[in-house]
Design a protein around this ligand. Structure first.
Ligand code: UDP
Length: 323
């Protein structure tokens, strides 16, 4: 049995689906604060919070868990600046509860959802794993702290881990059953598609004076199904005694905000009004990741690297959203 914390969320639900497709039995542990019960179409949903150690013990007693995928976390950068206590408690303290439950029940393998936000504002691109991590907001800092805790738990208690540092997760399950749905929505692609669908008047471009080719921010958008594939490979890697480590997951392709909007106009055939706006606090100009390490260690290769394919799948989901 595989435990997926936060498996009712955007990324966790795609990993859960792929695990089920590959024949794994899964238990999804989610407090449903941001997760959607409708996204849990595979495996067993157990509602609960990582802060509740009694409930965690129940889960580890009830199921024979062989590995854990840990997605449960808050992930709004802006909110993390305003409410660091919420982020450090939920992301860091609650992860300790999970890790200690794993120790108690001798579960040795953990695939952890980390982020390129742990790097802060890097000096060169593409970002490689050996570059210094200097997060600039509590969200990124909370994930960085967990990476450190995992390294210490590995040394002291033999926990095996693989931290996957995602760049910008995007797109949706190609068959349209699950996809991205946040409330509130703050991410670029769903907001662009809302404007395309007429659910919003326009999309804002946060910053037009960055030192980039068109002045808007550049990000590395990675398809959520490619992320799912890498996660399953990370679990196999740990089972085969792969070294506990951290890896980037990105396409090494940078698309600017203006380029993504233009590509979305082509894919949707809609006008998509864009309003040029000021910079959003905490946004580095460019984040593009090298995933050479993941390719080498996991034999992973993204299938849906083209931003147009990412947008096509996201649009298909948006037009038939079930939650
Ligand atoms: N962005 C934007 N308008 C929006 C939302 C986001 O211009 O309404 C920009 C944002 O400044 C960033 C990029 O789009 O450069 C991706 O932002 P998102 O919030 O999707 O992901 P993040 O990079 O924060 O993880």
């Amino acid at each position: 049995m595989i435990l997926v914390t936060g498996g009712a969320g955007y990324i966790g639900s795609h990993i859960n689906k792929m695990l089920a497709q590959k024949g794994y039995e899964t238990v999804i542990f989610d407090n449903l604060v941001y997760g959607h019960p409708e996204a849990v179409q595979w495996g067993t949903l157990e509602i609960g919070d990582l802060a509740d150690t009694g409930r965690l013990n129940e889960i580890f007693e009830k199921y024979e868990i062989e590995a854990v995928f840990h997605f449960a976390a808050y992930a709004y950068v802006g909110e993390s600046v305003a409410k660091p206590s919420k982020y450090y408690n939920n992301n860091v303290a609650n992860t300790l509860h999970l890790l200690d439950a794993m120790r108690r029940y001798q579960v040795k393998h953990l695939v952890f959802s980390s982020t390129c936000a742990t790097y802060g504002v890097p000096e060169k691109m593409p970002i490689t794993e050996d570059m210094e991590q200097k997060p600039i907001n509590p969200y990124g800092a909370s994930k960085r702290m967990i990476e450190r805790i995992l390294a210490d738990y590995h040394k002291a208690y033999g926990l095996n881990y693989c931290c996957l540092r995602y760049f910008n997760a995007a797109g949706a399950d190609p068959d349209g059953r699950i996809g991205e749905s946040h409330n509130p929505e703050t991410h670029l692609i769903p907001l662009i598609l809302a404007a395309a669908a007429g659910d919003r008047d326009s999309v804002k471009v946060f910053g037009t004076d960055y030192p980039t080719r068109d002045g808007s921010c550049i990000r590395d958008y990675i398809h959520v199904t490619d992320l799912a594939d890498a996660h399953l490979r990370a679990m196999d890697y740990l089972k085969k005694c792969g070294e506990s480590t951290c890896m980037n997951l990105g396409n090494c392709i940078g698309n600017s905000v203006l380029e993504v909007i233009e590509a979305a106009r082509e894919i949707t055939g809609k006008e998509i009004p864009a309003v040029l706006d000021k910079r959003r606090a905490g946004d580095p100009p460019t984040l593009v990741g090298s995933a050479e390490k993941a390719k080498e260690c996991l034999g992973w290769e993204p299938r849906y690297g083209d931003i147009r394919v990412i947008l096509e799948h996201a649009w298909k989901w948006y037009c038939n959203k079930k939650y």
